[in-house]
Design a binder for this molecule. Structure first.
Ligand code: FBP
Ligand code: MG
Ligand code: MG
Length: 335
């Protein structure tokens, strides 16, 4: 049995990618161990700098980035693009793959013992570093995340369904626990950071107004709202029990295209969601049909149950009088 076999059963993934996934799983296991120690591991949530995107870097952001980059050097990853580094780094000049990573997603939750994660997208390496990543998101050969929560799990797709592997803390192996995830259609949950309400566009306000109006509004049923502020945790909930997530663009300076990054956040999550029968858009158009024009480019992001994501898009098509109307007068969706 090779080291790779001990980390994760490899029979379900393309052979060339298996060593990369095994490396991600190994580091994920180590990062999970650090997170589980909480304050015993030091000040993991302490601010240590700022990344190119203007986000504050926490100690664990940098630790996780260093660990992934170091371990991936001995795999087929040629180009490594990280949220925590301004430019692409060449890891293995002989490698055939390009890997983009958000080493630690949900950094604001490090100190409060709430689920966080690592998100990754893998492409075949192109001729140059930037060219390997600035391409249509549908060209990913794998996308996934590792969630560090009450349990640690890898959720991954290679384009044939979305699989979940759960880390068994006793054997230290990732065990297949869901071979084909499918987003339930029936959830009545939506997720959005409602503190930004006043900055949203009219269609987003109208959509949320109608959810909030519950059975007194045009949707005629009551909804529940969730906001963890960890994209990985929100994705895991939606893959498990349905719902919709929105991080739209808004009127705050720098947030015209929302907050989330196309290449290492939205593209891989969109791949997982589509492979689990859901949809992922920028509010209107599929994320997987788009490409970033810079490494750290942002995009508005809406994903979840297909019917809910489609509904968000219809609000963008409504005439201005309709989206501006109080929900009581908004006629198109009643009944
Ligand atoms: O604090 P806000 O604006 O609600 O943003 C929360 C979002 O920001 C993120 O934390 C951004 O990711 P990072 O923690 O990797 O920077 C997402 O996980 C989450 O969905
Ligand atoms: Mg993130
Ligand atoms: Mg991050």
């Amino acid at each position: 049995m090779t080291t790779t076999d001990k980390v994760i059963a490899v029979d379900r993934m393309p052979a060339e990618l298996a060593p990369i996934i095994a490396a991600l799983c190994e580091v994920g296991r180590d990062v999970a161990g650090i997170i589980a120690k909480g304050p015993l591991a030091g000040a993991l949530g302490a601010g240590v700098g700022e990344n190119l995107g203007g986000d504050q870097q926490k100690a664990l952001d940098v630790i996780a980035d260093d660990m992934f980059a170091e371990r991936l050097k001995s795999t087929g990853v040629r180009y490594y693009a990280s949220e925590e580094q301004d430019d692409v780094v060449e890891l293995n000049p002989d490698g055939n793959y390009a890997l983009a990573i958000d080493p630690l997603d949900g950094s604001s939750n490090i100190d409060v013992n709430v689920s966080i994660g690592t998100i990754f997208a893998i492409f075949e390496a192109a001729d140059g570093a930037d060219e390997s990543f600035l391409r249509t998101a549908r060209e990913q050969v794998a996308g996934g995340y590792i969630i560090f929560g009450p349990s640690t799990a890898l959720v991954v797709t290679f384009g044939d369904g979305t699989q979940m592997y759960t880390l068994d803390p006793e054997t230290r192996e990732y065990v297949l626990t869901n071979e084909r995830m499918s987003i339930p259609e029936t959830s009545l949950e939506f997720a959005i950071n409602a503190s930004n309400y006043r900055h949203w566009s009219k269609p987003i306000r109208a959509y949320v107004d109608d959810c909030l109006a519950g059975d007194t509004g045009p949707r005629d049923r009551n909804y529940n709202m969730r906001w963890v502020a960890s994209l990985v945790a929100e994705t895991h909930r939606i893959l498990t029990r349905g719902g919709v997530f929105l991080y739209p663009g808004d009127a705050r300076p720098g947030y015209e295209r929302g907050r989330l990054r196309m290449i290492y956040e939205c593209a891989p999550i969109a791949f997982l969601i589509e492979q689990a029968n859901g949809k992922a858009t920028d509010g209107c158009d599929a994320i997987l049909d788009q490409k970033a024009d810079t490494l750290h480019a942002r995009t508005p992001f809406v994903f979840g149950s297909a019917e809910k994501v489609d509904r968000v898009a219809t609000y963008h098509d409504l005439p201005d009088e309709e989206v501006s109307a109080l929900f009581g007068q908004r006629g198109l969706f009643r009944g």
